[in-house]
Design a protein around this ligand. Structure first.
Ligand SMILES: Cc1cc2nc3c(=O)[nH]c(=O)nc-3n(C[C@H](O)[C@H](O)[C@H](O)COP(=O)(O)O)c2cc1C
Length: 197
């Protein structure tokens, strides 16, 4: 039993330490199969959730939805910069085509009948769900990453994804096959972030 636990701990440690950000532009086909996507959602569902209020949701962007997402990125750009060039608009549109699996992570920061659970705890829960998904994607042999940007708060994107006033789009999670691996980054050590009371 002890040996088994050691194996599990070593596996978990290896999985966690091997995870790294891969930007969507480095993620190509094949992406996760429908069964593997179900495992990603199952991993998300394991997130801690104070009060069991499920303060987040995801919207998976299907192949058919990529065009509308691209248009929303263009509109978001034009909301910020009406003078955006054709090249900048094309670049914004192209972002919607990246990564075989793409889903928007949405946090519900309030507005329901659980005022005792503050926005900080709701975001923490979503962060755990995201990390679980990233780790599962790595366990499946894929690369994965999170991507955000100013478009997330745009009217165009909020409208496309049907966000309620109390909801906030936090980031996209992207999963796929790593086209060009990159070196691992240096990690902080416990000394960098732990003090004693
Ligand atoms: C909520 C959230 C949003 C993020 N948005 C972006 C982004 O827009 N672009 C990007 O390159 N990375 C984004 N990242 C990923 C970080 O850049 C990445 O985690 C960081 O570079 C550290 O790399 P690591 O994940 O390999 O440790 C985001 C991460 C989080 C938690």
């Amino acid at each position: 039993m002890t040996a088994d636990r050691t194996d599990v701990a070593e596996f978990a440690c290896e999985l966690i330490t091997r995870r790294q950000q891969t930007s969507p532009k480095r993620l190509t086909a094949p992406g996760p199969t429908p069964t593997q996507v179900e495992m990603l959602w199952k991993a998300a569902a394991q997130a801690p959730d104070h009060g069991l209020i499920l303060p987040w949701r995801f919207v998976q962007v299907s192949d058919g939805g990529r065009g509308a997402l691209g248009e929303a990125f263009v509109q978001a750009l034009c909301e910020r910069d009406p003078q955006a060039s054709a090249e900048q608009r094309a670049e914004a549109r192209d972002k919607a085509a990246r990564a075989p699996f793409l889903a928007l992570a949405i946090a519900r920061l309030g507005g329901d009948d659980h005022p005792e659970i503050p926005a900080t705890q709701r975001l923490a829960s979503l962060g755990c769900a995201l990390q679980n998904m990233l780790l599962m994607a790595h366990a499946q042999g894929f690369g994965a990453g999170l991507v955000s940007g100013q478009a997330l708060d745009s009217t165009a994107l909020r409208t496309l994804f049907g966000l309620a006033s109390e909801e906030r789009a936090v980031c996209f999670v992207a999963v796929g096959t790593v086209a060009r691996p990159k070196p691992m980054r240096l990690r902080p050590t416990a000394r960098d972030f732990v003090t004693q009371l």
